[in-house]
Design a protein around this ligand. Structure first.
Ligand code: ATP
Length: 313
């Protein structure tokens, strides 16, 4: 085969596709009963924030993943990586070979309660969908997303949305266009989501009476009012008490909310990332600076929400 022949197939190859995907926080998280399938019945309000991972998909002769950033060198890049699983599942659903070279730039901390793995799965789905030109509808993509994990459909959608079932059934919250300002406080080590759920089950079996989140109505009303002081009073997370039981030092981080003058502080999802609500961008910067000075966290990020889900950029 001469040089021209070798190059010919490459000329027909699709251009690289770059997809940006946000992290999520939970503004409201109510954990219901444990279901026979091992998942809990959830009612949650997801909120996509401007901390992004990025996946670039290029044509290839096999399916490969490389990465840089948060967790590089530790996170497996094999079939257990959710980005690879997503690409493979999309290929199965569309009956095409799962060939792509994926590169992940990771900013979302691993096991941080920010659904970083699910975000990467959503990004890989959207990237491979575009690279392979599958022509799938958004609904079909959402069904595949739900097969990968409970948070993945939301990370395809983005914005602010109500999640029910095990979190995979999402419907957008029609909140008026308003930008909320948050500070994320990252911890040194991650927390295992299954362990936090096991802890809530243990507490409930032992009759430990944690306050239980009610309906999301008050939070949804607060979002419509666009007033951060009102929103602050409605943030709630049933996984906060079990996360604190497993990682008591997080109490110091949460308690810092008062010292740094945040409107509210809450653990995101299964933790350990703590989320602080600010009145505006200047307030958020001041909170982040105070948190960094106080040494109650590894680092911080000021973010806004809601932002779009996984999108080609
Ligand atoms: P959630 O809030 O959805 O429970 P999380 O933010 O606490 O998730 P993730 O960062 O999504 O946690 O990671 C959970 C586990 O998933 C990790 O321990 C890791 O081993 C595995 N995982 C697989 N693929 C990825 C990926 N691309 N990025 C991060 N974690 C991944």
């Amino acid at each position: 085969m001469d040089e021209a022949e070798r190059e010919r197939p490459r000329l027909g190859r699709a251009a690289p596709v770059r997809v940006r995907v946000p992290a999520k926080i939970n503004l409201h998280l109510r954990v219901g009963d444990l279901r026979p399938d091992g998942f809990h019945e959830l009612s949650t309000v997801y909120h996509a924030v401007s901390l992004y991972d990025e996946i670039t998909a290029r044509s290839g002769d096999t399916l490969t993943l490389t990465m840089e950033g948060e967790g590089a060198g530790h996170l497996p890049l094999d079939e257990s990586n959710l980005a690879i699983r997503a690409a493979r599942l999309l290929a199965e659903h569309t009956g095409r070979p799962p060939y792509a070279r994926l590169h992940l730039r990771k900013n979302i901390p691993i096991a941080g309660g920010l659904a970083g793995g699910s975000a990467d799965a959503a990004a890989a789905l959207v990237a491979c969908d575009a690279l392979w030109n599958t022509g799938l509808t958004r609904d079909h993509l959402a069904d595949i997303a739900a097969e990968i994990g409970s948070d993945v459909p939301f990370l395809v959608l983005g914005g602010t949305a109500l999640g029910t079932g095990r979190g995979e059934r999402v419907s957008p919250v029609l909140a008026p266009g308003h930008t909320w300002h948050w500070v994320l406080a990252f911890a040194d080590d991650g927390l295992s989501t299954p362990e936090v759920y096991a802890e809530i089950d243990r507490r409930r079996a032992n009759g430990i009476a944690d306050a239980v989140a009610g309906e999301a109505d008050m939070l949804l009303a607060a979002l419509r009012q666009r007033d951060p002081e009102i929103l602050a009073a409605t943030l709630v997370n049933d996984l906060q008490a079990p996360a604190l039981a497993l990682r008591p030092e997080l109490m110091r981080t949460l308690m810092a909310a008062d010292d740094v003058d945040a409107l509210a502080g809450v653990i995101s999802g299964s933790g350990p990332t703590c989320v602080f609500l600010a009145a505006d961008s200047r307030h958020a910067a001041a909170i982040a600076a105070s948190l960094e000075r106080s040494g109650v966290c590894r680092s911080t990020a000021t973010v806004t929400g809601p932002v779009a889900g996984a999108r080609v950029v």
